[in-house]
Design a protein around this ligand. Structure first.
Ligand SMILES: [Zn+2]
Length: 443
C-alpha cells in the first residue's frame, strides 16, 4: 500500500487533489464538519464547508484528482513530540547503543517508515543513538528517497558524568559505549554543542535529570546552571532548538530559567515549578513520555523487567506522580504533547497513537484535546505552528483520512486499516483505495 516515498500526487507545485465528502477534523478545536479540502502542490489551497463540489465527482475532474472520502474523517497527520527514530524496538538501551553503525542506519530508516505508516507525518527528534543517524535519516526522507515523517533531527543526549547515558564502566572509560555525550564543565558543553551543530542537528538534547532504570535517580538534577546556560546560548546563536530530559522538579525549573522550550517528562514538577511554568506557558511544551512509564512498569516482563521489582516500583511511583502533575498542568493551560518515548521492544515504534488514548483515559483530556495535543501542538513543537498541524488554507498538506470518528473513539487512530490515506507534503504515502478498503472493513 505504501509507496516507499516516491509519492503519488501533486508534487511541490504541480497538480491538485480534492477530498470530497469528508468530515473535516481541522484540529483548531472546532467539532468536525462535512466539507471538501483542495490540495495544490504541497499545501492546502481551499477548505470548503458543506455540500457537493464545484468539481463534481469522478476520479479526475477540473484538473484535480478527486478522492471521495465517503464520509471518512480527514484530519492533520499526527506528530510525535518525543521521537527516537534510531531507537530500534530493541529490548533495552545496550542493544541500541552497541549496534554497528551500518545496520543502525538502515534500521533507523525502517523505524521512520513504521512511524509514517502509523499516520505520524511529523516528529521532533528527542535524541539519536549515534551522532548523525537522525541527520542522515532526515536528509534522505526530505529528498524523497525513503519514507518517513517530517523530522527535527537530534544528536545524542548531552549528559553529565554518571548521568543518564553514561554507562561506561570504570575500566573501559570509552565514549562510544555511552548513549550520551558525557560532559563536565561549560567548555566541554560548548565543544559538544558546536560539534553536533556541525554534524547538522536541528535540536540539542540535554539530560537534566536522572532516570530510574539507570544509576542516577529520576529526582536528581545533575547538570550545573553554567553548563545548561552554555548549551542554550551555543544552540541559540546558531538558531537551534533545545530539549531536555527533565524528570526532577529542579530540572524543570532549569528549563524555565534557561528558556528550554521543550520539556520532556516533568513528572516530579512541584507547585513552585508549576507556577513558574504557568507564568511563561506560551514559551514551553511538556511531553510526558507516558507510554515509557506505563509499559516499563507493567508490560516489559517478557524482557526481564518484572512487575513488582524495585525498578518497576519506581516507575509505578513516577507514573502516579506524572498523572497528577499532567492533570495539574492541563488545568493550568500548559501545552502538553503526545510522544511516549517509543522505540523499545515494550514500546514499539508505530504504536505512537496509543498516547492519545492514554491522555483521554488517564489524564482527563477530552478526545478533542488529546487529538490537538497530537496535531496542533505538534505543529508548534516542530516550530511550524503557522503552517503545520491543522487543516487550514495555506497549511502544509500533511493529512490522514480515517475510517470512523476519532472524537467518538480515539482508539481507532491505532488501527492501521482505519488509516485510509496518509498524505505528507501533498504526496500520498498511502494512497486511498476507499471502495476496496471499506468493503473489506464492513465485510
Ligand atoms: Zn526519550
Amino acid at each position: 500500500m505504501a509507496d516507499n516515498g516516491h509519492g503519488y500526487g501533486n508534487g511541490r507545485d504541480g497538480g491538485q487533489t480534492l477530498f470530497t465528502n469528508v468530515r473535516i477534523l481541522d484540529a483548531t478545536g472546532e467539532y468536525p464538519y462535512t466539507g471538501e479540502v483542495l490540495v495544490q502542490g504541497n499545501r492546502i489551497k481551499q477548505v470548503t464547508r458543506g455540500g457537493s463540489s464545484r468539481f463534481g465527482s469522478g476520479s479526475s475532474s477540473g484538473g484535480a484528482t478527486v478522492i471521495d472520502g465517503m464520509g471518512a474523517t480527514l484530519m492533520p497527520g499526527m506528530i510525535d513530540a518525543h521521537l527516537h527514530l534510531s531507537w530500534n524496538n530493541a529490548p533495552g538501551i545496550d542493544p541500541i547503543q552497541m549496534m554497528e553503525l551500518e545496520e543502525h542506519m538502515l534500521v533507523t530508516m525502517e523505524m521512520a517508515k513504521l512511524v509514517l505508516d502509523a499516520g505520524f507525518t511529523g516528529g521532533r527528534g528527542a535524541a539519536a543513538a549515534k551522532p548523525r543517524l537522525d541527520v542522515v535519516a532526515k536528509k534522505f526522507i526530505n529528498q524523497g528517497r525513503f519514507p518517513g515523517p517530517r523530522y527535527l533531527a537530534a544528536g545524542p543526549e548531552i549528559t553529565t558524568v554518571g548521568g543518564l547515558g553514561d554507562a561506561a564502566p570504570s575500566h573501559i572509560p570509552h565514549e562510544g559505549l555511552n548513549l550520551g555525550l558525557v560532559v563536565s564543565g561549560p567548555e566541554e558543553v560548548r565543544r559538544t554543542v558546536r560539534t553536533l551543530i556541525k554534524y547538522g542537528v536541528d535540536s540539542i538534547k540535554l539530560n537534566l535529570s536522572g532516570e530510574a532504570i539507570t544509576g542516577m535517580g529520576a529526582e536528581e538534577t545533575p547538570m550545573s546552571e553554567e553548563e545548561v546556560a552554555m548549551a542554550v546560548s551555543e544552540a541559540r546563536c546558531r538558531n537551534k532548538v533545545v530539549s531536555a530530559h527533565a524528570r526532577s522538579s529542579g530540572s524543570v525549573k532549569q528549563c524555565i530559567r534557561h528558556g528550554i522550550q521543550n520539556i520532556y517528562h516533568a513528572s516530579f514538577a512541584d507547585e513552585e515549578a508549576l507556577d513558574m511554568l504557568e507564568a511563561v506557558k506560551d514559551k514551553h511544551f511538556v511531553a510526558p513520555g507516558i507510554a515509557w512509564l506505563i509499559n516499563t512498569a507493567r508490560h516489559a516482563e517478557q524482557w526481564g523487567i518484572k512487575p513488582g521489582s524495585p525498578v518497576t516500583m519506581e516507575y509505578e511511583r513516577e507514573l502516579e506522580m506524572c498523572v497528577e502533575t499532567m492533570k495539574k498542568m492541563h488545568r493550568r493551560g500548559i501545552r502538553i504533547c503526545i510522544g511516549g518515548d517509543y522505540g523499545f521492544a515494550w514500546t514499539p515504534q508505530g504504536t505512537n497513537a496509543k498516547d492519545i488514548q492514554t491522555f483521554v483515559e488517564m489524564l482527563g483530556f477530552s478526545p478533542m484535546e488529546a487529538i490537538m495535543a497530537a496535531t496542533k501542538y505538534g505543529g508548534e513543537i516542530m516550530c511550524m505552528g503557522d503552517e503545520l498541524g491543522m487543516i487550514k488554507e495555506g497549511y502544509l498538506a500533511d493529512m490522514i483520512l480515517v475510517d470512523g470518528d476519532p472524537i467518538a473513539n480515539v482508539r481507532i487512530l491505532q488501527e492501521k486499516d482505519r488509516l485510509l490515506a496518509i498524505m505528507k507534503d501533498g504526496q500520498f504515502h498511502k494512497r486511498p483505495q476507499l471502495q476496496e478498503q471499506r468493503r473489506r472493513l464492513t465485510a
